[in-house]
Design a protein around this ligand. Structure first.
Ligand SMILES: O=P(O)(O)OC[C@H]1O[C@H](OP(=O)(O)OP(=O)(O)O)[C@H](O)[C@@H]1O
Ligand SMILES: O=c1cc[nH]c(=O)[nH]1
Ligand SMILES: [Mg+2]
Length: 213
């Protein structure tokens, strides 16, 4: 598994405001959107392209276009939905599939409550969107779900990651014969005893959309 922590002053600045407990929901949503677009630029570095001949007003040349099959963008509900527009701004022709997952706040086990994805993802590059990589349980299950359907290249975009979650993910996917990359704006210090990222930003879903329970 490849971990890429995007090191850029604009990313750090936006992330600082995002983390601030006094940042309200509308601002939190806008900053999430902006951060994702910046992270997506790095995350799509290996997106598959094919050569294409075109003619400019001055003469012929060969460029590239996004290869078929189209990339699949997979936001993990709820919080990942806040990252979708920012991603689609860079990859407007991608397809979108949805995974609804929730972490049990007592056991920290992730479970899937909804899915809307093609049965066959053979040969598809998938971009998973989830702001928080905490214990890694949610992302590990999501990646396994996609590779079980044939996805052959997975990149996850997360706003924040915890070292424990990265290690768990690496271990949990050891047997997987599919390249996996995680692109994040920051690798934080640790998890607290409730499985929250420290210093983190709190509950991403609640800060985007309001308290769920
Ligand atoms: O790495 P993990 O320990 O599995 O935790 C991370 C998950 O927890 C949060 O989702 P949550 O269960 O709060 O659902 P929500 O997005 O609906 O708020 C977050 O959005 C991730 O999906
Ligand atoms: O810090 C955390 C951990 C899991 N989910 C969140 O939204 N935040
Ligand atoms: Mg939540």
């Amino acid at each position: 598994m490849r971990l890429h922590v995007v090191n850029h002053p604009l990313v750090s600045h936006k992330l600082t405001v995002l983390r601030d407990q006094d940042t309200d929901s509308p601002t939190f949503r806008r900053l999430t959107d902006e951060l994702v677009t910046l992270l997506a630029y790095e995350a799509t570095r290996e997106v598959r392209v094919a050569p294409m001949d075109i003619t400019t007003p001055v003469g012929p040349t060969t460029g590239v276009y996004l290869a078929q099959p189209k990339p699949m963008v997979v936001p993990i509900l709820r919080a990942g939905l806040g990252m979708l527009d920012g991603m689609m701004r860079l990859l407007p022709t991608a397809e979108v599939g949805f995974l609804g997952m929730v972490r049990n706040e007592e056991t920290l086990e992730a479970s899937t409550y909804a899915e809307r994805l093609p049965e066959d993802l053979s040969g598809r590059q998938c971009y998973v969107l989830d702001p928080m990589l905490a214990t890694g349980g949610t992302l590990a299950a999501a990646i396994r779900f996609l590779t079980d359907r044939g996805a052959d290249d997975i990149t996850a975009i997360c706003l924040l990651a915890a070292p424990e979650g990265v290690a768990n993910l690496e271990k949990g996917l050891e047997d997987l014969d599919v390249p996996v990359a995680v692109v994040t704006a920051a690798l934080d210090e640790k998890l607290n005893d409730k499985g929250y990222i420290v210093p983190g930003l709190g509950d991403a879903g609640d800060r985007l959309y309001g308290v769920a329970h």
